[in-house]
Write a protein that binds this ligand. Structure first.
Ligand code: UDP
Length: 325
């Protein structure tokens, strides 16, 4: 297939683009490099450097139609979205509408969208199924849900085949591509970076949650497993309509369990201080993943905690300053 990957210079986007190249698809990337990294773009792939809001740029990108679009390009920092919500609405929702406009007028027949468990907010029950209430609790989640709804409406009107993949906690590294966010807010990179540099501080945000060891439980999923789900969704997306699927392992791990595994994998002592809870963190988020298993034939293959941490550790050890280092 001829595939456009927006945000293909980012963390999950670049690992997915590299897998699609491996599978002999013709891949092009659209990325403004505001948070992505030119070095993450796979060899031989055309990078259209520019924003989704730039109409002339989009016209040039879509001069020759695609079979499919995989749409990752979005801002994704929850805290920043609370401080500057309109930046998120403008970029995430505005950019998606521009993209869908091109797709709806013949730009592509298949569309795979990078969504998030943040669309569920603080769920009443876990594991969380796709039919759970959609009630985001921050502007980032609101924009992702709005993007899903725009996509569903466009699919209904135009016969587009659209799949929204709702990731739980992406982690790990693959093929020389890993996490390099600025600022970094996620547990595993913050923890591992603190082992590599004295200047990087790390603390546990709260140990008084209603969980067995008092720390929050999350469902960590390897970035390579996420990439495989995108490739499967592209092949599966033939019928018109909109489908949402969770991508997680169905197993939760506490912050303390991740710390224990990090000690095991790195051979280093990890004994971080405990700080107060981070506002807005639910105690437990775990995916029900039966739909992706059943419809796509997907299953996580590398998401056991030790493999996740070993791959992430290898990336951070060899890229202590991220891509630029
Ligand atoms: N966390 C932590 N210390 C950190 C970063 C994160 O204790 O430096 C905790 C955070 O409070 C949450 C879990 O790790 O309970 C996962 O957080 P992350 O930001 O990685 O993902 P989220 O689930 O918030 O998207």
């Amino acid at each position: 297939m001829r595939i456009l990957v927006t945000g293909g210079a980012g963390y999950i986007g670049s690992v997915t683009a590299a897998l699609l190249v491996e599978q002999d698809h013709e891949v092009e990337i659209l990325d403004d490099l505001s948070t992505g990294h030119g070095e993450a773009v796979p060899d031989g792939v055309i990078l259209h450097e520019g924003a989704l809001q730039d109409d002339d740029h989009l016209d040039r990108v879509f001069a020759q139609p695609f079979d499919a679009v995989v749409h990752f390009a979005a801002f994704s920092l929850v805290g920043e979205s609370v401080r500057d919500p309109l930046k998120y609405w403008r970029n995430n929702v505005g950019g998606t509408l521009n993209l869908l406009q091109r797709v709806a007028t013949g730009g592509a027949r298949r569309f795979v969208f990078s969504s998030t468990a943040a669309v569920y907010g603080e769920p009443d029950a876990v594991p969380i199924g796709e039919d759970a209430q959609l009630a985001p609790v921050n502007p980032y989640g609101h924009t992702k849900l709005a993007m899903e709804r725009a996509l569903a409406d466009a699919a209904e009107a135009t016969g587009l085949s659209a799949v929204a993949l709702r990731y739980f906690n992406a982690a790990g590294a693959w093929g020389g591509r890993g996490e390099d966010h600025d600022p970094e807010t996620h547990l595993i990179p913050r923890l591992l970076r603190s082992l590599l540099s004295e200047g990087e501080t790390f603390a546990v945000f709260g140990d008084d949650y209603p969980t067995p060891d008092g720390t929050c439980i999350r469902d960590y999923i390897h970035v390579r497993d996420l990439a495989e789900a995108h490739a499967l969704a592209l092949a599966w997306a033939e019928q018109p309509g909109f489908h949402a699927m969770n991508l997680g392992t169905g197993d939760g791990h506490s912050v303390q369990e991740i710390i224990t595994a990090a000690s095991r994998v790195t051979g280093l002592t990890v004994a971080p201080p405990v700080q107060p809870r981070r506002p807005g963190d639910p105690a437990r988020l775990v995916a029900a993943n039966d739909r992706a298993r059943r419809l796509l034939g997907w299953s996580p293959r590398r998401s056991d905690v030790d493999s996740l941490l070993a791959d992430a550790w290898e990336w951070h050890r060899t890229h202590p300053a991220g891509y630029s280092g």
